[in-house]
Design a protein around this ligand. Structure first.
Ligand SMILES: Nc1ncnc2c1ncn2[C@@H]1O[C@H](COP(=O)(O)OP(=O)(O)OP(=O)(O)O)[C@@H](O)[C@H]1O
Ligand SMILES: [Mg+2]
Length: 383
């Protein structure tokens, strides 16, 4: 897409009911669920859901199978009609909108992909541009660009039929199709579930880059807690009946689960997740006096590759580990290794020393019950 086209898409988007999608400062929500309920014969899939999705945010829904995640997404674009309550897209009540027009404005990646079997990969991706009357050259460019983005070389894949693809490839075509017309709002139900771990990580970061660049508002469902904490600006943990157990930035959810259900969900592997999400702060650094047992204290600062203040805790652990095995640092497992310390720099100045104790302090700080909101950094917590 040329800058001109992108500009045109963005400016036409600004006239749409969901607003420009750009800028977190915008006051009104992009999508509002107001006391929404959905009953199927005899059962309640969504009990009483109130939720505001902020413009331009990546909101990720996690929760056990059958808790109402897909039902919630499908109500936003009227594939499912709520039994009670209101859903607004910007200021507009979706239950009064024309469903077909609505679906052109809201991209949707469904749980089971749902490619059109009698249309090629390129034709599938071009579905919404076709409905919007884009000319052939523009459509073709957009299709090629998106297939590249999801890692499917256009010359190899554009003319294939869906049955000639693997499950993961089909899913990637589904993501490309949903993105084709730069919708201001995107609903994604387990969009990367069938993609292998390496392809998945690549797709996640490419997708985030694009989402950030375009300011797309995304509601995504996943079973994968790591995917949720990696991608989300805010995570919504749901239990049966789409009951909101916690709605907070990823670090907050992992560091301080609001209920036993959330603790169950994030508990396994919690320390590893905290290392990935948490950052080194000034209070975690040790002063010379605090290098317990180290004798004598490093002066003026320890040698070794410096660590940046604000670095990801996992990277700090890796740097300390490298320092332990570095020549001259003492053999691993010896007394020398126990005192491993590295200088910490901020703005090019050495501001203190980091040791393994610092990492323990940081983890303690993050999980302390009386700590402030751990995840208020929001997007800043993201890679
Ligand atoms: N068309 C339907 N008719 C009757 N019950 C339904 C229908 N669709 C969903 N349900 C029920 O509503 C509840 C919520 O379903 P939903 O598909 O929203 O769950 P989910 O959270 O997406 O689960 P999963 O993680 O397994 O995809 C489930 O108990 C399900 O059986
Ligand atoms: Mg589902």
């Amino acid at each position: 897409m040329t800058d001109h086209e992108r500009g045109a898409t963005l400016s036409s988007r600004a006239d749409g009911p969901a607003g420009s999608g750009v800028g977190h400062a915008a006051m009104r929500a992009a999508i509002t669920f107001d006391a929404v309920r959905k009953e199927y014969a005899g059962s309640v899939a969504v009990d009483d859901l109130t939720l505001a999705v902020r413009p331009g945010e990546m909101l990720v829904l996690v929760g056990p199978s059958g808790c109402g995640k897909s039902t919630t997404l499908r109500m936003a674009n009227r594939l499912v009609e709520p039994t009670a309550g209101r859903i607004l897209l910007g200021d507009e009540d979706v239950t009064r909108a024309d469903p077909v027009a609505l679906r052109r404005r809201i991209g949707y990646v469904i749980q089971d992909v749902g490619l059109f079997p009698h249309r090629t990969v390129a034709q599938n991706v071009a579905t919404v541009p076709g409905l919007l009357g884009w000319d052939r050259a523009r459509t073709r460019r957009r299709v090629d660009e998106l297939l590249e983005l999801v890692g499917l070389a256009p010359d190899r894949y554009a003319r294939r039929w869906p049955h000639e693809l693997s499950g993961g490839e089909r899913q990637r075509v589904g993501v490309a199709r949903a993105l084709a017309a730069d919708p201001p709002v995107l609903l994604m139900d387990e969009p990367f579930g069938a993609v292998d771990p390496v392809g998945r990580a690549r797709l996640q970061s490419e997708f985030l880059r694009l989402q950030r660049e375009l300011g797309t508002t995304v509601m995504m469902v996943t079973h994968d807690v790591d995917e949720a904490v990696r991608m989300a600006d805010r995570v919504v943990v749901l239990s049966a009946g789409a009951h909101v157990e916690q709605l907070a930035p990823p670090l907050e959810v992992v560091a301080r689960p609001a209920s036993p259900a959330v603790a169950d969900l994030v508990g396994r592997g919690r320390t590893a997740r905290l290392l990935a999400l948490g950052r080194l702060e000034p209070g975690d650094l040790v002063t010379d006096a605090h290098v317990a047992g180290a004798s004598p204290a490093p002066d003026p600062a320890p040698a070794g590759d410096p660590v940046r203040l604000g670095a990801e805790l996992g990277d700090v652990v890796a740097a300390l580990t490298r320092a332990v095995v570095a020549p001259g640092a003492g053999a691993p497992g010896t007394a020398g290794a126990a005192a491993t310390a590295l200088p910490v720099v901020d703005d090019g100045r050495v501001v203190g020393t980091v040791t393994a104790e610092s990492v323990v302090r940081a983890l303690h700080r993050l999980t302390a019950a009386d700590a402030g909101a751990a995840g208020d950094a929001g997007r800043g917590a993201r890679r």
